[in-house]
Design a protein around this ligand. Structure first.
Ligand code: SF4
Ligand code: SF4
Length: 371
């Protein structure tokens, strides 16, 4: 869509230690910020929770303290799962503003609205709060980031469309027609209510790149564009979309993504059909449909590195390698193995992909621990 821009997602920044989300490489992140700004983009997306609650501070040091406030926009998110009382909204928002070192947000979202968290947000009057924050000039636009089915989104927008300006939605070619994620239906609901859509997870946490050799070959035969390029262009080729966020983890990825948006080309009808075919092929080989967002990890009191284990499981199912077993040993020695799962179910409400994490961890344990 014309005027859709690339957004800088500050949730997968480069790290010095893969096991420590707070170990952000500041120098490389600063180079990424500079490259992004030099190429005419201005939209940064963060949250209270990203990078072990350090993402906002990283943006303060690499962006806010180095560029004039009017030269960039910042979207931030209230951690819905920490809301126990109405007063928590203001308290958390003040922390977020202070961490960023700014006076106002360009976009303020209630984080990860789904069938469980909508109750937390409503009990804490968060929708009324974001309206008040906008009226008081603490936010220029307000809304939600959303991870659930289209019916619930319709109910939420029906109730709060006079408040919500923006919905952040997961859109990528694999989830577009998926019955669980329902990207297409959710997008249609947003269009119906005329709200602005910010796209997240256009490459599904990078999982659309780690595909089978057959799928890679099919992309190569179709065109010389990369899978990332196709993913970003697919996400941006729909109505009402203003920003496509990419959680870039290196300067290299930043350069590639900026290139896609420099001479942006919408996908054609033939491209759409090709991508839907590729989505079906990828689904056949992807064992666990995890987007590696990491929301579940901090909720697990056993300290199980859930996305890392799912990533290894998917890798092993795609290409069986002895190294996967070695890596499983290394990762679980520093944290906890899949078999440490107590089946408590705490993580399930946090899963953005609606996965039955405890059940899937049984499969992971069976594969890697019963050898
Ligand atoms: S169900 Fe398992 S993985 Fe999920 S929070 Fe409980 S112990 Fe952790
Ligand atoms: S299991 Fe769910 S919450 Fe955890 S990283 Fe994967 S998609 Fe995210």
């Amino acid at each position: 869509m014309e005027n859709t821009i690339l957004g800088f997602g500050a949730m997968r920044l480069p790290q010095t230690d893969a096991n420590n989300p707070a170990s952000v490489k500041m120098e490389e992140t600063q180079q990424m910020v500079d490259y992004y700004m030099e190429h005419g983009f201005d939209y940064f997306d963060t949250s209270y929770a990203y990078h072990g609650e350090t993402s906002e501070d990283v943006l303060k040091k690499t962006l806010v303290e180095r560029y004039p406030r009017e030269s960039y926009r910042i979207a931030d998110k209230i951690p819905t799962w920490l809301l126990t009382h109405e007063k928590d909204n203001e308290r958390l928002v003040d922390v977020m503003l202070e961490r960023l070192g700014i006076e106002y947000f360009d976009v303020l979202l209630i984080h990860n609205i789904n069938a469980s968290f909508i109750n937390l947000a409503e009990s804490a009057n968060s929708f009324e709060y974001i309206k008040k924050a906008k009226d008081e000039g603490k936010a220029l636009k307000v809304g939600i980031s959303y991870h659930d089915k289209a019916d619930l989104l319709d109910e939420v927008l029906d109730k709060y469309s006079d408040i919500i300006d923006v919905v952040q939605l997961q859109i990528n070619f694999m989830d577009w027609l998926d019955g669980r994620v329902q990207s297409k239906k959710c997008h249609e609901v947003c269009v119906k209510y005329g709200v602005e859509v910010i796209v997240m997870e256009p490459v599904k946490g990078g999982s659309l790149v780690n595909v089978s050799d057959n799928v890679k070959k099919a992309f190569k035969d179709y065109s010389d564009k990369s899978i990332v390029d196709w993913s970003l262009r697919f996400a941006a080729s729909h109505e009402n979309i203003s920003v496509v966020l990419s959680g870039m983890s290196s300067l290299e990825q930043m350069k590639e993504n900026c290139e896609t948006f420099k001479d942006f080309e919408e996908i054609t009808h033939d491209d759409y059909r090709f991508l839907m075919k590729m989505a079906r092929e990828i689904k056949k080989t992807l064992a666990i449909d995890c987007s590696y967002c990491g929301y579940c990890v901090k909720e697990c009191e056993m300290g199980i590195p859930i996305p890392d284990l799912f990533n290894l499981y998917n890798g092993e199912k795609l290409h069986s390698l002895q190294a996967n077993y070695g890596n499983y040993g290394t990762i679980t020695a520093a944290n906890a193995p899949a078999s440490a799962c107590t089946q408590c179910g705490t993580c399930i409400d946090f899963c953005t992909q609606k996965l039955d994490i405890p059940e899937l961890l049984k499969d992971v344990a069976n594969l890697f621990e019963n050898v």
